[in-house]
Design a binder for this molecule. Sequence first.
Ligand code: TRP
Length: 436
Amino acid sequence: MTSNVTWKSRWTFILAATGSAVGLGNIWKFPYITGEYGGGAFVLVYLGCILLIGVPVMIAEIMVGRAGRSDPVHSMSSLGKTAGRSGKWGAVGAIGILAGLMIMMFYSVVAGWALDYVAQSLSGSYLQKPTAEIEQNFSSLLSNPSEQFLWHTIFSLITASIVAGGVTNGIGKSVDILMPILFGFLLLLLGYSWINGDFSAGLHFMFDTDFSKLSSDAILVAMGHAFFTLSLGMGAIMAYGAYFPGKASIGKTVLTIAALDTVIALVAGMAMFPLVFANDLTPGQGPGLMFVTLPIAFSNMAGGQFFGTIFFALVSIAALSSSISLIEPGVAWLEKYGIKRPLSTFGFTGIAWLGGIACIYYGEVFDALDYLTANIMLPLGGLMIALFVGRVMPRKMVAHEVGMGDSILFKSWWFVLRYLAPIGIILVFLNSLKLI
Ligand code: TRP
């Protein structure tokens, strides 16, 4: 059974995919791992991974989704059979659905922190407080399970109610509204940081390259993050691709999405680091960067209450438009077995919600899920998708589906999928396992 639901237009698809891509990865994770791994050189490797691996794999994912017109499991298994090979390739989609569930478990906890900080900013709870107290504030949230539980639950419920509304009316309509707000808020914050922050210190930090700081771990993290930030390797974009309208060009669409995601990550960095430096704080803070350093900065700056609220609202919106894409592939898959969307959505989100509770109580679960998904499952999923499209599907069919003709663009993409992306991913793995 194939789906005949589609997005309202190519733009809604772009907004949905960009909404999926732009999330906590861009605003929470990217700035703090850039801080931890030393700035410029890390950013450069990350950009290289986006362009050389991320973009080609995203084209492959959307193509598979559109050609299969189904959830990742059924799309991959039916295309595998059509190619005269095995239907077992559906397992890649199944592992992806599992990865989405695992990401959602810790993702909704962090999104809950962001919601908590919207409330804190609105009520001015960290305004004009001494630094130590603001730091204490975040650690007391972390040691307060019931407060985290509350926001984690609210976030999970909002996510589920959007996905339950379906692709056209739930996800499509939400991103049509949420994404313009997100862009507007981000520009507002960039202006604020431009006026109030130490902009040149921020730029130096993000773009001065010192390769001596680049460990093999940093390279693995940069590649893992390229997958994470573009929502690749687990079939999220593939599931969205199943509703891709008509025969619009995939290549151009993907470049738009990847460019928006990258620009937003960089702009988010430029909205945050200058505030950090202007307040003599350090960016190598780890996950607390956004929840400790920024409130400290906002607490003693003009307009801090307003811009603090805008900032955490932005983070929450970004998280929401991403979390719906973590749930959608699993829901689309369950729909194929005749389970109604509202039921499957709440069931599936419920499992992630339970995992989130484990993350709240056990920090190790949180860290393990983050590490395992971003650095292992997503790159492996991406590797399998590249091999599937580049080596299992017949070249003729791929060329026809992707709609690039037999141009030089098609040939370079094909080469990347067959050689560069798989070899690159494997080398980074071997390197990080200290085998080379
Ligand atoms: N890309 C999102 C972010 O940067 C997270 C995300 C949403 C994701 N859907 C995904 C990551 C699918 C991997 C796979 O925050």
